[in-house]
Design a protein around this ligand. Structure first.
Ligand SMILES: Cc1cc2nc3c(=O)[nH]c(=O)nc-3n(C[C@H](O)[C@H](O)[C@H](O)COP(=O)(O)OP(=O)(O)OC[C@H]3O[C@@H](n4cnc5c(N)ncnc54)[C@H](O)[C@@H]3O)c2cc1C
Length: 621
């Protein structure tokens, strides 16, 4: 687990991670292993026994997340360690009966059952997303000659389905939303060890709580998803400069404000932002099940003509890059990611990858929508440490937010990168931060004048529609997501903040154009499974989810009154001072103030904006 020394000694494949130990997929964000047990159940009754036998439990899936407080059943007496580096404890093994993490891999006998009449699949929560998608694609019958698929799925498909749903994992779909909205039924081991199945028909309110539950309501063992027949999908890639991207967002924002609708192009579109080039790659999709018959016909006839071969250029380009990097000899690959002059080649390589996996084509859905190539799991993802952050911006202000973000990063006079002959505007973040960064050993502007905009991979932009899960980031309206990765923090000789990146996160989390919730009533919400969470006491649920936080509190009271499913984030799961006892109606949630004026969801917190670090409210990166 000695990740500090790993950065110096070159990249090793992470060897210890869930399910072998309690750390994430990169051996980071580890739990205190002297205070928490790890349970690996084989059967449903093993899960029930584990829930009964331990003081409190937290289910886990594949460890594909960046959030230790939501991950560890306990951090013992140690303070939370959100910096991701926990030394292995020498205090011996945890006593029996105390806290435990239950790792939900597949149970015996394996459950994966398609019901063609109902158009559903019931599956073990421990099955990986990709394995179910492949199973469905191969489930060919007279009624589904190309098999089945999920209506929409995420870019990353190696997490467990239980984990994916718990955190509201999503791809890009206004119509089909996140995976959480595609669930028809949950089977859950409850706090008392009994098993219960929930559906919209039996438990409409608790289903809204379960759809995004972050492990707080039980151990999910089986999930029933809605499925659709596999179909051809046409994919189209276009390159746009920043100004064109902003103009498109502006017209969509105006349409939303005018009549509450969004333009057709927004549904399913995914954008790859190429920061070093001021460029946006727009990847759009037309489905073979589009309600418009002429669109269907166009997709189907193109599919009939399309070549079948799949491209491997993306993997090849990454391998080539690694060869180049290794050949240099004077530095290690991980440190290369931290160097200023690596931004142009790495962003360029990442861009080549986008063209390879998302170029124009008409394929079946599982091959048309881009997803993380599996080969990269061991060559890159488990080898080169990074943190992934994702925020959701409401569509009502998305163009304003992006205008502010791009002006902050590039300077308002250089949005398209054409004003300074490839060098930075004096108003850009790298120019403004350059002097302070140099004192810290970082070069934000190269000798040739090229700026380093803080990224090593191309951010991904997606949208999802409004959904009814209480803790969905889009429970109030459709949102545009921005997924960004920080490779610089880990991959310098010592761990060090990526100043450009942190300024951007600060803007996203606190500017009124990016959202109207948050610690100071401004800024975008954070994905439940990713990085960027504030210091302890500086994330306030009642401010992030003003309409639904106390409803979720009511669901916790209903399903877990004694705190069996506690994690190590008690400061986040806080309803202190909110009148839950008075205002919670079983099966319905928190009363509205019109029914009882005392029913206002205001929570007491130990810290407020004045005593927290400034936005983005964390000190550990
Ligand atoms: C490289 C990478 C790319 C990603 N890309 C995307 C993406 O494209 N879109 C997106 O939205 N997200 C993405 N994510 C986030 C990821 O989908 C979530 O973090 C997901 O929750 C991870 O699932 P897991 O099985 O690894 O669960 P874990 O990380 O092990 O657990 C995550 C949470 O789920 C709870 N949980 C897990 N299983 C159960 C269960 N059976 N019952 C009850 N609670 C449970 C845990 O308590 C924990 O709070 C990505 C993550 C990584 C590492």
């Amino acid at each position: 687990m000695g990740s500090h020394s790993r950065a110096r000694g070159g990249p090793r494949l992470a060897a210890a991670f869930l399910p072998y130990d309690l750390s994430n997929f990169q051996s980071e964000y580890a739990c205190d292993n002297s205070s928490v047990r790890i349970v690996r159940p084989r059967t449903l009754s093993d899960v029930q026994a584990a829930v009964r036998a331990h003081s409190h439990v937290k289910a886990l899936g594949g460890g594909w997340s960046w959030n230790q407080p939501f991950f560890c059943a306990s951090n013992g007496s140690m303070p939370p360690m959100p910096d991701g580096f926990t030394r292995p404890s020498s205090r011996g093994s945890p006593p029996p009966g105390g806290p435990a993490n239950i790792v939900m891999q597949t149970l015996r006998p394996l459950m994966i059952a398609v019901n063609e009449t109902e158009e559903s699949v019931t599956v073990d929560a421990g099955v990986r997303t990709i394995d179910m998608l492949r199973y469905l694609a191969a489930y060919v019958t007279p009624s589904a000659p190309s098999g089945w698929t999920l209506p929409a799925f995420p870019w990353f498909v190696y997490q467990t389905l239980g984990g994916a749903v718990a955190t509201g994992t999503h791809g890009s779909s206004l119509k089909h939303h996140s995976l959480s909205s595609q669930v028809l039924a949950f089977t859950v081991v409850l706090a008392n060890g009994t098993v219960r199945t929930f559906t919209n028909e039996t438990d409409p309110f608790l289903m809204r709580a379960l759809r995004v539950h972050v492990g707080k309501l039980g151990v999910v063992t089986y999930i029933k998803f809605r499925i659709v027949r596999e179909m051809p999908v046409k994919r189209t890639l276009n390159s746009l400069p920043s100004s064109r991207f902003l103009a498109l967002l502006r017209s969509a924002q105006q349409q939303w404000i005018a009549n509450g609708t969004l333009p057709g192009w927004m549904d399913e579109t995914q954008w790859f932002w190429v920061p070093q080039r001021h460029e946006f790659l727009m990847v759009s999709f037309t489905r073979g099940d589009d309600p418009d018959a002429s669109k269907r016909l166009a997709v189907l006839s193109e599919y009939a003509r399309a070549p079948r071969a799949a491209s491997t250029v993306y993997n090849t380009s990454m391998e080539l890059l690694q060869e180049v990097v290794k050949g240099g000899g004077s530095f290690k690959i991980t440190e290369y990611y931290g160097q200023a002059n690596s931004s142009d080649p790495l962003i360029g390589s990442s861009r080549t990858g986008v063209f390879a996996i998302a170029n124009n084509a008409t394929r079946e859905a599982l091959a048309a929508y881009p997803w993380q190539p599996e080969a990269l799991l061991n060559t890159n993802i488990r080898r080169i440490n990074y943190d992934q952050y994702e925020v959701a911006v409401p569509v009502s202000t998305m163009a304003d937010c992006w205008q502010g973000l791009l002006e902050l990063l590039y300077g308002a006079d250089n949005l398209d990168g054409t004003s300074y002959n490839g060098t930075a505007s004096p108003a850009s973040l790298p120019a403004k931060l350059a002097v302070a960064a140099r004192a810290n050993g970082s070069m934000l502007i190269g000798a040739d004048g090229r700026p380093d905009y803080g990224f090593r991979t191309n951010p991904l932009i997606r949208s999802t529609g409004r959904e009814d899960a209480l803790l969905s980031l889009t429970h109030d309206m459709p949102h545009l997501w921005l997924n960004i990765e920080d490779y610089i923090y880990y991959n310098r000789p010592t761990r060090q903040t990526n100043p450009v990146f942190k300024s951007l996160v600060g803007f996203l989390r606190s500017d009124a154009r990016c959202g109207s919730t948050g610690l100071e009533g401004r800024g975008a919400r954070l994905h439940w499974g990713k990085a960027g969470w504030p210091d302890s006491g500086c994330w306030h649920g009642d401010k992030e989810f003003p309409d639904t936080w106390c409803d979720f509190g009511c669901a916790v009271r209903e399903l877990d009154p004694s705190g069996k499913f506690a994690d190590s984030a008690p400061d986040r799961w806080n309803w202190e001072g909110a009148p839950l006892e008075r205002c919670c109606v079983p099966g319905r949630g928190f009363k509205v103030a019109a029914e009882d004026p005392a029913c206002v969801c205001t929570v007491r917190h130990a810290r407020d904006a004045a005593s927290c670090p400034e936005a983005p409210y964390y000190t550990y990166r």
